[in-house]
Design a protein around this ligand. Structure first.
Ligand SMILES: CCCCNC(=S)N1C[C@H](O)[C@@H](O)[C@@H](O)[C@H]1CO
Length: 657
């Protein structure tokens, strides 16, 4: 039999990197209190950039801008749930190609400080831990819980072998790897867990790589966050006494380099709170003090975006906004700000800053108003094949919506109270009876509403996950109806649960083909969660088109939006402060009309009953500090005064461990 010629199996390996180990070294010198790179004193001035929040299309642009700022390193988180969305299934392709990102850092001449988790915080859903861990209701996250550790072991057996070829010792850019994240701020204080992680990281990465921890600049944090064999670093923002703050690090590390792993150049935003800003001069002054001490430092340099819905929340429950603007030196669109140039001038005092022009802000284009029309109410989606029936099984939809359906067990011609006595709506439930809107139940805020309907009428609760708590003891943040509801004195049971991945529905393009309302039960009410679709053509032949833009929802309430199937995230202008969504150019096209799909959950400013057309608007400047009063138009909240909070973290007092 003719031997079948075996074709070489070609793997899509990342760009070639010398895989063999080299003579390169990166170490800590405890005599000279510094890092040594190939035996020479080395101090890093690093900037945070989260590859998981930037389309691959823009990685090079952002990295070059960070390089031109004078940084010699970047710091990035690896969100576990970004790469293992369901147990045992991994994705490191496209915008998730960590290896490609690491190669680009290498090519750009930037070293990498890799914050490998398994927990990362980072205003990311559940701090990067996958929601499917919560299928074990009693799991103790970030501990020696055997089920948690088994999942961590499996995840690290996939991640760390991918990381190893990119270590500096192997001719890669990674000079150090962070284990866990601010563990000292967590209640468990489980040293066996940290020991387990050290063994795991050493097993896969070897004994040469510098492993470190990061904790708030307080002895109480270092107590449970540090471990022998992991170099202890701290984080603090501007406004403190840097010499005094570094004495805290010296409690854990009497010798070795001073390191601030998170110097806050801005701060995070929550829906309904004022936009956080920190004055650039304030930042520059503190940065100067830190660098004058010879310390190593990482700062949040590059703002980012939360496409899809991986945004986290803080406790007491406050979901974070879609944009990770953070008032960072590089904006969410990658535009250098005044703060960027102020920081660059400080760095110039301590090291050579690359000559040549800084890459300019990318051009933005205001494509103008685009009409959209209502095509289907959310509940009618259930009949589309993408729906799933979950007969009460504990299914924690990682992202998106769950629909809970029941029949009214009693006649509520006179209003009956529908309540969540144990505050178990996680996080917002849009309530209808026979498709007639009744109201909204909201975690921590609205735990009872009155509803009306005849016995046996169809009660629907569309439950929205607005982000899992990513910091502190409440990160076991399961979603859906996590405790019973009552209708008057009845406990409602036997729900039919639909868990719908809206991204999949939108990606089918089916909604954009719908020409008119799809159901005899269709009501023109503008207050039932509904999909609106539209399209707009960007003329071809115009140089440099398409360009970045921002999408504005004047008069809309709350929802999500997709363009050409790309999930741009949540809008919530009635809460603010973010009033526009960044739209990166690469999701737009000039060759065919661009599709817009809007899921408005509350009230649209348009429709038959209002006799007004529905529209959204593409503008060329972002608004991060406003709020949209439905009737009153836009009022700009006064920009927040520079925040000087404890540890420079703004007004948030860090929860004690
Ligand atoms: C209000 C609590 C904020 C918790 N987060 C804190 S302290 N931070 C430290 C944390 O390590 C980092 O990932 C970020 O989450 C940062 C805030 O941007």
């Amino acid at each position: 039999i003719k031997k079948k010629k075996l074709r070489p199996v070609v793997y899509s390996l990342p760009l070639p990197l010398l895989r063999h180990s080299s003579s390169r070294t990166f170490q800590i010198d405890y005599d000279k209190d510094c890092f040594l790179k190939d035996g020479e004193l080395f101090r890093y001035i690093s900037g945070s950039i989260h590859y998981s929040r930037i389309p691959q299309y823009y990685w090079k642009d952002r990295l070059l801008k960070m390089y031109m700022a004078g940084l010699n390193a970047i710091q990035t988180y690896v969100p576990w749930n970004y790469h293992e969305p369901t147990p045992g299934h991994y994705n490191f392709t496209g915008d998730k190609s960590l290896e490609h990102f690491l190669q680009l850092c290498n090519d750009t001449g930037l070293f990498v400080i890799l914050r490998a988790g398994p927990y990362i915080c980072g205003e990311w859903d559940m701090g990067g831990l996958p929601a499917w861990l919560l299928q074990k209701k009693s799991i103790v996250l970030r501990s020696s819980d055997p089920d948690y550790l088994a999942s961590v072991d499996r995840w690290m057996s996939v991640l760390l072998p991918k990381v190893k070829p990119f270590l500096y010792q192997n001719n890669g850019p990674i000079i150090s790897v962070q284990v866990e994240n601010e563990y000292g701020s967590y209640f468990a204080c489980d040293y066996d867990y940290l020991r387990h992680l050290v063994k795991l990281f050493r097993y896969y990465l070897g004994n040469d790589v510098v492993l470190f921890t990061t904790d708030g600049a307080g002895k109480s944090y270092l107590k449970c966050g540090t471990l022998q064999g992991l170099y202890a670093t701290i984080d603090f923002g501007p406004g403190g006494n840097v010499t005094q703050l570094f004495t805290v690090q010296r409690h854990a590390e009497p010798r070795g380099p001073l390191v601030n792993s998170e110097f806050y150049t801005g701060w995070l935003d929550h829906w309904g709170q004022k936009h956080s800003t920190i004055n650039k001069a304030f930042v520059a002054k503190s940065l100067d003090e830190i660098l004058a001490l010879g310390a190593n430092k990482n700062m949040l340099q590059c703002a980012l975006n939360e496409f899809c819905s991986s945004k986290g929340a803080n406790s007491p429950y406050l979901p974070q906004v879609t944009s990770y603007d953070y008032d960072a030196p590089l904006s969410e669109a990658g535009d250098p700000t005044d703060k960027y140039f102020a920081i660059r001038e400080v760095i110039r005092k301590y090291k050579k800053v690359p000559a040549g022009p800084v890459l300019p802000a990318t051009p933005k284009f205001a494509y103008g108003t685009v009409l959209v029309k209502k095509v289907i109410q959310f509940y009618n989606l259930i009949c589309i094949k993408l729906c799933f029936f979950y007969s009460g099984a504990r299914y924690d939809m990682s992202f998106g919506f769950m629909l809970y359906r029941n029949a009214l067990p009693r006649n509520c011609s006179d209003p009956c109270p529908l309540s969540s006595p144990l505050n178990g709506v996680h996080d917002r439930a849009y309530v209808t009876v026979d498709q007639v809107f009744q109201g909204i139940l909201e975690r921590n805020k609205i735990i009872s509403i009155n509803i009306t309907g005849r016995a046996g009428a169809q009660l629907d609760l569309l439950v929205e996950n607005t982000g899992r708590i990513n910091h502190g003891k409440d990160i076991n943040d399961a979603k859906g109806l996590v405790t019973n509801l009552t209708l008057a004195s009845d406990i409602l049971t036997d729900w039919t649960i639909f868990s719908l991945n809206i991204d999949e529905v939108v990606a089918t393009g089916h909604l954009n083909k719908l020409q008119r309302p799809q159901s005899p039960m269709y009501t023109p009410a503008t207050t039932v969660p509904s999909f609106y679709v539209g399209a707009f053509q960007i003329p071809s032949g115009i140089p440099y088109m398409p360009q970045d833009t921002y999408l504005k929802f004047q008069g809309w309430s709350k929802g999500q939006v997709w363009i050409n199937g790309f999930n741009l995230g949540r809008y919530w202008p009635t809460k603010g402060p973010q009033l526009t969504l960044y739209v990166p150019a690469h999701i737009l096209t000039t060759s065919v009309p661009n599709n817009i799909t809007v899921l408005e959950l509350e009230r649209a400013p348009c429709g038959e009953e209002l006799n007004t057309p529905c529209a959204v608007e593409f503008v060329d400047t972002p608004v991060h500090w406003g709020i949209e009063f439905q009737s009153l138009g836009t009022e700009r909240l006064k920009a927040r005064p520079p925040m000087v909070g404890r540890l420079g973290r703004g007004t948030w007092s860090r929860p004690e461990p």
